[in-house]
Write a protein that binds this ligand. Structure first.
Ligand code: COA
Length: 151
C-alpha cells in the first residue's frame, strides 16, 4: 500500500502540458481539448513531478469531470480521491449543480463519491454537446452524474 500522497494539488499551467499529455496517454485517456483549456485542469505535483490530474469543463450549471488520472506509481495513495474532492469543491464554488462524467474503467469506483450511473439522454444537453460525448470517449462508456449543493 503506497504512502498517502505528500504533494500538492494546484491549478495546471501551460508548462505542465507535456507531462499532462503523457499521464493521459499512458492510461489510454483522450487528450483532445487539454491544450486549449489548460486552465480548466488541476494537477497533483510532488517534487517537480506530476502524479495526477483532473479537468472540469463547464456547460451552464452543469460540468463534465474529465481526464481524471493518477500515475501508476501513485495509485492507492488516496490521490484519486483527493483529486475528486478538489474538483468537486472547485465546481461547487463555481455554481455547478450537476457533475457528469464518462468512464470505461472506473464505474465501480465513483459511487463512493456519490456518483450514480445514468443514461446519455438523462444528462443536461449542454454536456452531451462536449467533445468527449461527441466522440473522444467510446459510445460504450458508462455515464455517471452527481448533484452538487451550492457552497
Ligand atoms: C481511478 C484512479 C483515478 C484511482 O486513483 P487512486 O489514486 O488509485 O485512487 P485512491 O487511492 O483514492 O483509491 C484507491 C481505492 O480505489 C479502488 N480503485 C481504484 N481504481 C479503481 C477502479 N478503476 N475501479 C474500482 N475501484 C478502483 C482501489 O481498489 C482502492 O480501494 P480501497 O480504498 O478499497 O483500498 C486511477 O486508478 C487511475 O488513474 N486509473 C486510470 C484512469 C481512469 O480510470 N480514470 C478514471 C476514469 S476517467
Amino acid at each position: 500500500m503506497p504512502e498517502p500522497f505528500a504533494g500538492t494539488v494546484r491549478a495546471a499551467r501551460a508548462d505542465d502540458l507535456p507531462s499532462m499529455r503523457t499521464l493521459l496517454q499512458d492510461s489510454a485517456l483522450p487528450v483532445e481539448g487539454v491544450d486549449a483549456h489548460v486552465q480548466a485542469f488541476l494537477v497533483a505535483e510532488h517534487e517537480g513531478t506530476l502524479f495526477g490530474m483532473v479537468g472540469l469543463e463547464h456547460y451552464g450549471d452543469a460540468a463534465l469531470l474529465r481526464s481524471l488520472v493518477v500515475h501508476e506509481r501513485a495509485r492507492g495513495s488516496g490521490l484519486g480521491a483527493q483529486l475528486v474532492h478538489a474538483v468537486e469543491t472547485a465546481a461547487a464554488r463555481d455554481g455547478v449543480r450537476t457533475l457528469v462524467l464518462l468512464t470505461t474503467t472506473a464505474a465501480a469506483w465513483f459511487p463512493r463519491f456519490g456518483f450514480v450511473t445514468t443514461t446519455r439522454e438523462a444528462v443536461p444537453a449542454s454536456v452531451t454537446a462536449s467533445v468527449e460525448f461527441r466522440g473522444a470517449c467510446p459510445a460504450s462508456a458508462t455515464v455517471m452524474q452527481k448533484a452538487l449543493h451550492a457552497r
